[in-house]
Design a protein around this ligand. Structure first.
Ligand SMILES: [Zn+2]
Length: 451
């Protein structure tokens, strides 16, 4: 029987070809003119799932098809849902050194949009399962759900889960590789923040007026909105909206230990170099980790209208986001924000464009420890548990549909791969290690059930 190392050696050239076929498709979910590419990528994924031994099909979901597949090894085996996404970020950054959709292959890896987010890690899972299936070692039933709207917030994903109820098995666990880790410290993510996007608006007139005519008399909505928003944030980045922090839970003892571990590795000089940012609200590594993962945020991203001569605009808008932690609710926070802003001016409105709550898997869940240990054969050390500040929009609907089912986020991508950045790439070594790690993990959970 082929060992996993022998399988990887024998199949890497095919893996590279499959990667080229996937990342050449411009599956940008944020751009309407790429809807056909979403169909193409879902169709290609279905072919790959079939080659791995799954029965598979494309299921249409509004404009965002899902590649759905299934491998059933036995009636008694637990079910694992493999969730990943096939769509990618736009790739218009001028810093690209190659065409983002004409992959460049080197000894080390592959450069293309979608290489590490998330086509490479997705393909590694498919290969790991293919090996286990072929060698009769797969101890779990697998259900693949590979969607095409993740980079646009997965707004239709909840509807996919509802409409396809009869096809879907309630899983015992969910496996996702859509997170990153730093250098030599592979990581299993146990917590993601939620994300709320919205617009704050004040309208006082139909059109703008000339400041030489009515300036000094007409209320300037930009000025009023700026004053109102200034009351929401203090100079240390703390949020002053009354009740904003209500319900936010203190980290548990185990979580505090993780914060300490991550804080010990935090390198401000490198963060400065990597981001070009020179000012931070704190220099304390522990507080920095708390602020970026365990604390909610209220951030401003831009104002409308942009500057235009000496006109006083009839309206003003501010785009904002909030990152939510466990215990916070989107509608509740939006209401508190609006109530607070109206103390400055009663005409201010808050509109939420989209919102998702935080996602958390308990550290003492047995799936989590097995995932941590699964990194040992390929990486020589178990993974560390980490909380991240980001968001995956499909998780809240999955948690609503399958409450209590643990979501295991087993990272395969590196911080240096360029998630959502120019010159995105994926290393062949990460692919090989990822295939081995995922195979090891799946083999270790044949006896684990959620209920
Ligand atoms: Zn992703």
């Amino acid at each position: 029987m082929l060992s996993i190392q022998e399988f990887i050696k024998a199949n890497m050239s095919q893996y590279k070809k499959d990667m080229v076929s996937l990342v050449s498709i411009q599956s940008i979910s944020a751009q309407e003119n790429h809807r056909e590419d979403l169909q193409k990528v879902a169709t290609r994924a279905v072919e790959l799932l079939r080659e791995a031994g799954a029965s598979a099909q494309v299921i249409q979901n509004d404009e965002f098809p899902v590649a759905f597949g299934e491998i059933k090894v036995s009636n008694d085996a637990p079910w694992v849902t493999v969730y990943n996404h096939l769509d990618v970020q736009p790739a218009g950054e001028p810093q690209w050194t190659s065409n983002p959709f004409e992959p460049v292959l080197t000894e080390e890896g592959i450069q293309a949009r979608g290489a590490t987010d998330d086509k490479g890690p997705m393909l590694s899972i498919v290969y790991a399962i293919k090996h286990l299936k072929e060698t009769g070692q797969l101890p779990v039933n697998i259900q693949f759900v590979l969607e095409t709207e993740e980079e646009s917030g997965s707004k239709h994903f909840g509807q996919f889960l509802e409409k396809n109820n009869s096809l879907l098995h309630k899983p015992d666990s969910i496996l996702v590789s859509d997170t990153i880790f730093d250098g030599d410290n592979p990581a299993v993510t146990f917590q993601l923040r939620g994300l709320t996007l919205g617009v704050i608006e004040l309208k006082v007139g139909e059109a703008g007026v000339h400041s030489g005519m009515l300036g000094g008399l007409a209320r300037n909505p930009l000025a009023t909105l700026t004053r109102a928003i200034a009351t929401c944030i203090d100079d240390d980045g703390g949020v002053l909206i009354p009740g904003f922090y209500d319900g936010v839970q203190e980290p548990t003892a185990a979580e505090r230990k993780i914060i300490e571990q991550v804080a010990a590795r935090k390198d401000f000089a490198r963060i400065r170099a990597d981001t070009g940012f020179s000012e931070f609200y704190t220099q304390d590594p522990r507080e920095a980790e708390m602020r970026t993962t365990f604390s909610p945020t209220f951030e401003l991203h831009g104002y409308e209208p942009e500057a235009s001569g000496t006109k006083v605009s009839g309206y003003a808008k501010a785009n904002f986001s909030m990152r939510l932690v466990a215990g916070q609710d989107v509608a509740d926070l939006a209401g508190k924000l609006q109530e607070h802003l109206r103390k400055t001016h009663p005409g201010i409105t808050v509109n939420i464009a989209e919102g998702s709550t935080a996602v958390k898997t308990d550290l003492d869940n047995p799936f989590m420890e097995r995932a941590r240990q699964a990194y040992v054969p390929a990486f020589g050390r178990p993974a560390v548990f980490v909380a991240t500040g980001g968001t995956i929009g499909a998780f809240p609907p999955m948690q609503r549909k399958w409450p209590g089912v643990p979501i295991v986020m087993a990272a395969q991508s590196l911080m240096s791969d360029g998630y959502h950045a120019p010159n995105e790439n994926f290393k062949w070594q990460q692919a090989e290690r990822g295939i081995q790690t995922i195979a090891t993990y799946l083999m270790s959970i044949g006896d684990l059930r959620t209920s």
